[in-house]
Unconditional design. Sequence first.
Length: 301
Amino acid sequence: MSDFISWVSTHQSRFEEVLKRLLPQADAMPQRLHAAMRYSVLDGGKRVRPLLAYAAGELSGAPVERVEIAAAAVELIHAYSLVHDDMPCMDDDVLRRGKPTCHVEYDEATALLVGDALQSLAFQLLSEHRLNDDAARQLQMVKLLAVASGSRGMAGGQAIDLASVGKQLSLPELEQMHIHKTGALIRAAVLLGAQCGAENNRGNLTQAQLDKLDRFGKCMGLAFQVVDDVLDSEADTATLGKTAGKDADNNKPTYVTLLGVAEAKKMAAELHRDALDALTEFGAAARRLRELADFIVMRKY
Ligand code: GRG
């Protein structure tokens, strides 16, 4: 097994335990809601955002126990967005992470509450654990995730997405949609991981360095979506663990419908290169972030 694959699998397993510990237990009242929350979050997903947070934390020298709280907050927001996105009022999908979607396994009202409760839990985690020695910096981190998930971030991107069905978008318009819908949370994962300050403050990066990481996150957020569009058009449902070809079926504009597969792949490669350029000054300390960038553009699911 390559060193990177082993790093990924160690961190995925470790993170699963973190989530199991942080989520409410299924036998605690209200049991059905808690069971549905655990069903929607545990045992599935690539955990790309938490892995990016771990890698950014390694780069900044942040204590891993702090990084994984921030990573969990981001993953809970991501999980909530998937649960809501799959509901009949949005994408109306029956399969997610290779199993029935939350509203199919439980019911629509429960799925709505699962999303609400996961979002609240994310902010509870960010506020009840010490993530940075500097309280003002920690408050900025809470704000960062709030903006990334709200109407100027992921939820706003989703609103643009819903409004764009059946419309012809220009490339800049499509880019704006995805920078918000998918990119904002990926960027937040990188920045939050990096800002979990070490007890001895070694973890504090300069603003210029954080800007470089932000550039990396922005490029990889968009690259992730371009690759997602290519996979949606090329891969099968069994490999993806979610319904393939959904965007075309729903008459949604994508990088593939706008540019064609070959140009979309070229665009992903350019974004990948720009992302790696942003890491140049970090040298060997950014090794895991580079490897994750390679994984994101080369992934098959
Ligand atoms: C409902 C507020 C709200 C937002 C929904 C994330 C999202 C916004 C919609 C999901 C639809 C979608 C297919 C988005 C494209 C990119 C994406 C986020 C894919 C899923 O993320 P992965 O591949 O999933 O990281 P896993 O299951 O591996 O965690």
